[in-house]
Design a protein around this ligand. Sequence first.
Ligand code: ADP
Ligand code: MG
Length: 695
Amino acid sequence: MNLFTPINKISKIGPVYENKLKKLGIETIHDLLYHFPHRYEDFSDLIPIKRIELNKLCTIKGKILAIENSKTYKKKMTITEAIVQDSSGVIKAVWFQQPYLIKTLKKNQVVFLSGKAILKRGDIFLSSPVYEKISQKLIHTGNLVPVYPETEGLSSRWLRMILKSVLNNAKGKIPEIVPKEILKEKNFLGVEKALWQIHFPSSKKQAEKAKERFSFEHLFLIQLTVLKERMKIAQEKSVPIPINLKFIKRLVSSLSFKLTDAQKKSAWQILKDMEKPFPMNRLLEGDVGSGKTIVATLAILNAIKAKQQAAFMVPTEILAKQHFKGVFDILKNFKLDVGILTGKEDKFYSKKLKNDYIEISRKKLLEKTEKGEIDLLIGTHALIQDKVKFKNLALVILDEQHRFGVKQRAKLCQRKKIIPHLLSMTATPIPRTLALTIYGDLDLSLVDEIPKGRKKVITEIVKDRKKTYSFIKKEIKKGRQAFVICPRIEEKENDNSSWSETKAVKKEYEILSEKIFPEFEVEMIHGKLSSKEKGKIMENFKRRKIDIIVSTSVVEVGIDIPNATVMMIEGAERFGLAQLHQFRGRVGRGRFQSYCFLLTSPNAKKSYKRLKILKESENGFILAEKDLELRGPGEFSGTRQWGIPDLTMQALNDLPLIEETREKAKELLKKDFHFKNYPLLKQRLKDFQENIHLE
Ligand code: ADP
Ligand code: MG
């Protein structure tokens, strides 16, 4: 047996359990050992039965006076009820759907029970408490019993049993991957001891020590992965693009506004990067409306004037069209060929024309791109299809990059020898903790300054819907426009299709267009519309032929309609702060006072605190930090699917630890880039990279 032995080789694990474990991502002995408890039941903290308080976690020790199964009247569920007594009193314990319990827990046995007492139909009982028989030696020595995240059919009890036997069998076979010198310096527990202590701690302190070690270990692996990637990139080749000051200046002076200092500084950092013979890998981070597009456009112009091609990829078709028109507008005096490639029907192309663009076939557009006749190709994911070939692509821009996966990015940059410079842009500020870990292979430029003269958007958590509607009416009569955003209706738990989102929008659209705002032009936008339809609606909105747009979250990013002054968000509690801030950023872009109304469903009282933060802060950076605090890194950046264990997720909030692991990883890579002296670490890293998917 070794650590990578599949779990079905463990004698106690048959196909049923194998499948259940696989659902948790546990396939090997290693995975199993690293499946850590999320808390411990403390059986040393006993209280007498008569001191049990409702709804509070407690542990008691008592004798079972009686235990029996019964069926609910609907005959669907088995209930196991036990009466437990200690010297102070008696309480009932109830378990659901565990008929086999009566085979384990018997009359007259003394047990520990740990759980919450609840009151239901006048009856007080411990609801599904964790149990431990006194007669059997408590698993391992101490009084702390591990509790694992619950999954259907996999009890903590079962996991404890399996883990104990696996740990016993693994004695001496668990490779230590943390370098010895670090173990020594940090006084960490060795891997085997740490595994025992994290699963079956002899004291809280030991459990903490074990956690410390594994937090370090995980962050260390992340740092090694990311830093190694960074160093690898520095060894690749790119086309060095000299800074063409003449054109840059000409572009800057053609603008109707003055660049902010933050824009100038970021642009300079980007241009400096592009001068180098190895690829830029930079993230341009700036709040909504901070003016990232123009910064990117400067880089684009610079690349094109060096006779190179540029690609500009965005997450939605609407945004692609907007950028096409916007960038085209900015660059029209420079005689460039700009094409757009999105859904099947798009084939615009500007042919060195000053004020307009013409339509060519998609085939032609691809041909021209391959021949190098298109200077800049703007588009959605369509850009990464194999059919799309560039002659000399030297710069890739990804707008709203947090919405792209690493694979798409890699694919767009895929080249045999020459790698394009990469600039990603995002309005979702990345907290420093994440910037130093999972985003650590990127250089950062900040546009941390909003152009002067913008009015602050007034944000309200709405109590009176009617008032809001009449307010919107007034705004529209003044000539302004409004957005209404609907979250998807989550009818079924796993239904994350755009279907239910579409349904919500259709319903809202009917109500608004027929009942609330019959006198106005109301339109809807959702994922089921074709790109042409969406484009047309946005175009009409821009031309003020439409007063109100009811939409799914597709308007979230990038859309620029300065005349819109109202953003009304239904079910606001469903969205993260960063996302709400994005929605809010759709208004307040012109000279009019703008408003953001947050509506919540009646049972969303808890989210009030969160929404209040949004009301009080207009700073995307603060909001991102708060989001991280309140929802954790997984929810924050949609990184649940990265396969990072909870413990690491917690460690991702720990800035000092992050900085330390980063230093240690740097040191090690400097000393031994290929891990010649650390074969076990090398092996583990390989496995880690296969199983973890950093965005
Ligand atoms: P974002 O950073 O959210 O992508 P955009 O690039 O779309 O922002 O810019 C938002 C708006 O601000 C655009 O209409 C743009 O023309 C304008 N803008 C950009 N930079 C400045 C500036 N320095 N002064 C005034 N307006 C600016
Ligand atoms: Mg933008």
